[in-house]
Design a protein around this ligand. Structure first.
Ligand SMILES: [Zn+2]
Length: 180
């Protein structure tokens, strides 16, 4: 399923999204699963070419015009996939230590490259309702997974990755941060 992904000039990208009811309504469940389907489709080169879409590893409901606290993440690892489809995710613990992607971050709602390190917490604990498991879960995430979760949860609060780039300290805000 291919969704219309709005860019950062669209109003839903800058609003605080609302919690959804648990268990999810049929409509919210459909929205959650469609986010995952779009991300999976974006990782197929032929689908990408056919629909003229960009490759992504995560998508949040505000990016498709819905201010609901729902996110989907999907990306391959060396031997498997990391997949999360979460409702009302909440970060309940975060490490003092930071991490950043050496290549910087990208976003399906930001159709241009933006340089600069986005320093995020290296380890986080997230509580959420897992839409695929249909139960509440606690996720302990480190490194890349933690960064992607923080990026998507930021969308639920109207925050875009470039808001977190300090123009005065673009490349060395945290000298002991973990480079990923
Ligand atoms: Zn994004």
């Amino acid at each position: 399923m291919i969704l219309k992904v709005y860019d950062d000039t669209y109003k839903t990208l800058r609003l605080i999204s609302k919690d959804v009811d648990i268990p999810l309504t049929a409509k919210d469940e459909k929205l959650a699963l469609s986010l995952l389907k779009h991300i999976k489709a974006s990782q197929n080169p032929e689908t990408r070419e056919k629909h003229k879409i960009r490759e992504g590893v995560g998508l949040a409901a505000p990016q498709v015009g819905k201010n609901k606290r729902i996110i989907a993440i999907h990306y391959p690892t060396s031997d498997n996939f990391v997949t999360h489809v979460l409702a009302n995710p909440k970060i309940i613990k975060e490490s003092v230590r930071r991490a950043f992607l050496s290549s910087g971050e990208g976003c399906l709602s930001v159709p241009r490259p933006i340089e600069g390190h986005v320093y995020r917490h290296y380890k986080i604990t997230v509580k959420a309702y897992d839409v695929l498991k249909k139960e509440y879960v606690t996720i302990n995430a480190t490194g890349y997974e933690a960064i992607v979760l923080q990026h998507e949860i930021d969308h639920l609060n109207g925050i875009l990755f470039y808001d977190r780039i300090n123009p005065l300290l673009t490349f060395n805000a945290y000298p002991d941060a973990v480079e990923i």
